[in-house]
Design a protein around this ligand. Sequence first.
Ligand SMILES: Cc1ncc(COP(=O)(O)O)c(C=O)c1O
Length: 410
Amino acid sequence: MDKIPFARPFIGVEEEDAVLRVLRSGWLTTGPEALAFETEFAAFLGGGTPQDVVPKDVASNAVVPKAFAVNSATSGLHLAVKAAGVGEGDVVLVPSLTFTATAEVVRYERADVAFVDVEKDGFLIDPEKLEATLARLRAGKTAYQDGGPRGRPRAVIPVHYGGLPCNMEEIMRVAQTYGIAVIEDAAHSFPSRLPNGEYAGCVGDVGVFSFYATKTLATGEGGMLVTRNEEIARQVSVLRSHGIDRPIFARYTDPKASWYYEVVEPGFKYNLPDVPAAIGRVQLRRANDLLAMRRNIARRYDEAFGGDDRFVLPPGGPSNAYHLYPLRIKPDALGLDRAAFIAALQEKGVGASVHFIPLHTMPYYRTRYNLRPKDFPETMRTYEHEVSLPIWPGMTEAMIERVVAAVLAG
Ligand SMILES: Cc1ncc(COP(=O)(O)O)c(C=O)c1O
C-alpha cells in the first residue's frame, strides 16, 4: 500500500505552465513575476479577492498593505527584526512552541530571546504571560524568576501556530502598553482570519508568510513580508537587496533605467526569483479552493475523533487556515505513548509529524539561558501529546479514510 505523506504540495498544469513561461522569458531572477506576485498578494490581504469564501467585515477603507517577496520567511523575519530596530541589549519575546527560525533571527541581530509559554491547553502565546514577562524586563529584572535574559524589551513575535490566529487584540494592547513592536510570524497562516475579519499577518507592525514546500501556499522556498508602516517598508526594500537605495531590477529590465546606484547599508540578498514567484501567483489564485479542501479534511477528522476520549481535537472554525491538524492524544487512554502512536501510524503507511520540539529544550537556548523543560509547563504539555496528521489538498477520500482508520486503531 502506498504511503500517505505527511505533506505534499498541490501542483497542477497551471503551475507547470507558469514555470515554463518564466524559463522561456529569458529572465530567471526577480523581475516582473515577483513584482506581480507582491501586488496580487497585497490585494488579496487587502480584501481584493472577489471569490473569498469567508464572510468579511473588515472596514472597506482598510489600507492595502505593502508586500515584499523574499526567498524565505526566515529572511522576512530577519528583515522585520532589523527594520524594527532590534539590536544588542534588546530582548524579543517569542513563544517556545515554534520553529527555530522565529527565534534565530533575533540572535542574528545579537539581541536576546525571552520565551513565553502558550495558553493553557493551547498552542498560542499567552498574552497574560507575555505581559508578566514584559513587566519583569521593564523593571530591570531577568525575564523569569530564576534567570533568563535581561535587557530592553523591544518586540514580540506571536506565531499563528498551524493557522490558528493568536489573540491579536490582547497582544496589541500589551505591546502598546509597553511600547514594543509586533512582528507576526504568519508562516502557517495564509489565509487565517481574526475575529474582526482581518487577515492574520496584517495587524502588527509587520507580518511574514512562508511559501516553504509544505506550507499552504507552496513555491518550494519563499516568503512574503507585509506591512502598512511606510518607514518599515522603506527599510525592507533597501535591506532586501544588498542595501541598495533603489529598485535594482529595473536597471536590467527597463532600457531607460540608469546604471547608477548607491549602497547605503550592508544589506542582504533576500529577493525571491521569478520562477517561484510565478508558482506563487498561481497558488494565490487557488488559495480559497485549497483552503476549502484543507477545511474539508479537518471536518472529516473532527467528526471521526470528536467525542472519542482518547483524543483532544484542535480548535477549528472558519478563522483557521489549517496548515496543520494538531491532534492531541491521551496516552493513558490509548495505552500508547506519543512515539509509539506515531510509529503505529507509520507502520500503517501514514506520515505524521510533531510541531514543535519546544525551543527552550534545545541545547543552544537551554544552555544560553539556563532553562529547564518545566519552565514552560503548558508548552511542554502541548508538545508531549501533539501529533500532526496529514492535511493537504489533493488527499483523496480513500486517503482520508485510511488516516482516520489508522488513528482510531491506535
Ligand atoms: C513558525 C515558523 N516560522 C518560520 C518558519 C520559516 O519559514 P521558511 O522555511 O520559509 O524560512 C517556519 C518554517 O517551517 C515556521 O514553521
